[in-house]
Write a protein that binds this ligand. Sequence first.
Ligand SMILES: Cc1cc2nc3c(=O)[nH]c(=O)nc-3n(C[C@H](O)[C@H](O)[C@H](O)COP(=O)(O)OP(=O)(O)OC[C@H]3O[C@@H](n4cnc5c(N)ncnc54)[C@H](O)[C@@H]3O)c2cc1C
Ligand SMILES: *[C@@H]1O[C@H](CO)[C@@H](O)[C@H](O)[C@H]1NC(C)=O
Ligand SMILES: *[C@@H]1O[C@H](CO)[C@@H](O)[C@H](O)[C@H]1NC(C)=O
Length: 491
Amino acid sequence: MPPLLPIVLLLLPSLLAATGTADDICIVGSGISGASTAFFLTNYTTSLPQLRVFERRGKVGGRLATVTVGGDDFEAGGAIIHPRNLHVRRFAALLGLAPRDDGDDDWLGIWDGGRFVFSTLRPPPPGSSWLRRRLHGLANSLLLLRRYGLSLLRMDSFVQEMLQKFLLYYNGFESRPVFDSVEEMLKWSGLYGLTQRTLEQELIDAGLNSQTISELVTVITRINYGQSVSISGLAGAVSLAGSESGLWAIKGGNWQLAAGLLKTANATLHLQEGIDSISDAGDYYVLKSNEGHEYNCKVTVVATPLDEVNIKFAPPVSIPPRKMQHTHATFVKGLLNPKFFGLSSVSDIPELIATMELPDIPFSSISVLKKHGEHDMIYKVFSRAKLDDTLLDQIFSIREETIRIDWPAYPHYHAPEDFAPIILDGKHLYYVNTFESAASAMETGAVAAENVARLIISRLPLGLRAGLSSPESELHIKSFAGEQDSGRVDL
Ligand SMILES: Cc1cc2nc3c(=O)[nH]c(=O)nc-3n(C[C@H](O)[C@H](O)[C@H](O)COP(=O)(O)OP(=O)(O)OC[C@H]3O[C@@H](n4cnc5c(N)ncnc54)[C@H](O)[C@@H]3O)c2cc1C
Ligand SMILES: *[C@@H]1O[C@H](CO)[C@@H](O)[C@H](O)[C@H]1NC(C)=O
Ligand SMILES: *[C@@H]1O[C@H](CO)[C@@H](O)[C@H](O)[C@H]1NC(C)=O
C-alpha cells in the first residue's frame, strides 16, 4: 500500500518525541556562555548527540550586541577584550574574526559633580607623529604618577597577581581538574579569598592610598561594573584589568563570537523560542517552550543568569538570592553642553568622563564613540538609573538621536559572595552562570562553560577525542591532590 508510506513517515518524528528518546543535550541561552558550552562539547568529544540551543530573542549573542546610531554600529553591551583572555582570542582566530582598528588614546577626566578633579592631557591631533604620541603617553604617565604615586604600581601588582592565577584555567587537560562547584574552582586557582572581601579592603591591605581608591579605582569599577569599590575583590581585580592597555574588540561586533561558535558546533538553533519550564522526567528533562513545543533532553545546561528570568523548575531548584546590577546604556548623537561641566567650550571636555562615587552624579561615565564633526558626535552614557529627557537636555546641547538600553548587566557584587551550585539537581541539570558571581565577562563565561562541558563529559559516555585524557582518570585526580598540597595560600 504505497500511499500509506508518507503518512507513516510524517507521523514518525512525533511518535519518537512522545516515546521520549531523550539523548539530546539542550542549552538554554545563546550568549557567549551557551555558545562556548556547545563549542567545547563538540571540540572535546567524538560522538555527541544532537545539540539544541534555545534563545528567546531573535538574535544570538545575549549581552553581546551592537546598536546602530547615526548609521554606525557600536557595542551596546560587552565591549572590550583583554589581551590575556585566551579563550576569546582563540575563538576569534578559529572563526577568522578580525580585531577592530581603534587606536585613539583616551582623554580621561574624573568628574566629582562640580569639576574635573583630574584630567589626562588632550591627545595630539589624529595623524600626529609616532614621537608626538609617545611623548603624550609619557606625559600622561607622569601626571598619573604625580597624583597617585606608588599606589599605581601596587594597583598593577594586584591585577597581575589575579591574572597569573586566572591563567591556571588554561592549563592542559591532565593538570587541571574538573570542578563541580565554583568554590572548588576558585580555591584551586587561589582566587577564592578575593571573593570573600571587598575590593576596598583588598586594596587598603595592598597599600593603596585612599585618594587612588576613591578616584582612579572607583571610576574604573563604575565604568566596568556600574558599582563602587564595595564589590568583591575578584570582580574588582577583573574590572581593573579592563582598564589596562592592549584592550580590543571584534570588528563588526563581539556577538559574532557566539554566532561563530554555535555554527562550528553544528548546534540546532531555536531562535525566538524561550524555555518556560524544565521538568525532571526521571532519565531526562522535559523543556517546554513558549512556542508550545516540548523537548526531551538527557542533559540541560542553563546558560543565562537565573535571577531575572522566569523559568519554572519541577522539582524546584534552590540557589542563593542574587541581584543583577542594571546598567542603562544611553547612546546620543549630538553634542555635550560645556556649561553643564562648567567649561566654556566643547573642545575642553575630556573624551572619557569618569565619575566618583558621590550622590547627585546622575551617570557613571560618558565617552565619545565617534566624531562626525566638531559639533556632531556619538556618545555612550552609562548610568544606574534611566536618564530622562529633562536631564539629557541639561547634559547635551544638541540631541538628534537617543537610544536607551536597560541591561540586567552583571551581578550586584558584594563580599563575601556565595555561589549557586554548578549541578543544580545532582543529576544532569547544569548552571554556567553561577560563575558570574565571581566575575562577569566574556572570558569568564567561556572559562565557566569549558568546565561545564568537561563536567558533562566526565559524567556521560560521550567519547573523548584522542589526545585528551579522560578527566576522571586517576592521573588527573592525583594531580589535583598534588596541587592542593603545594602550599597555595588563599588570599
Ligand atoms: C553594558 C555592559 C558592558 C559590559 N562590558 C563588558 C566588557 O567590556 N568586557 C567583557 O568581557 N564583558 C562585559 N560585559 C559582560 C558580558 O557582556 C557578559 O558577562 C557576557 O556577555 C555574558 O554572556 P552569557 O552568555 O553568560 O549571558 P547572556 O549574554 O546574557 O546570554 C544569555 C542568553 O539567554 C537568553 N535567555 C534567557 N532566558 C531564556 C529562556 N528562558 N529561554 C531561552 N533563552 C533565554 C537571553 O536572551 C540571552 O541571549 C558587559 C555587560 C554589559 C551589560
Ligand atoms: C578544537 O578547537 C581548536 C581551537 O581551540 C581547533 O584548532 C581544533 O580544530 C578544534 N577541533 C575540533 C575537532 O573541533
Ligand atoms: C558539522 O557539520 C558539517 C556538515 O554537515 C560537517 O562537515 C562537520 O564535520 C560537522 N562538524 C562537527 C564538529 O560535527
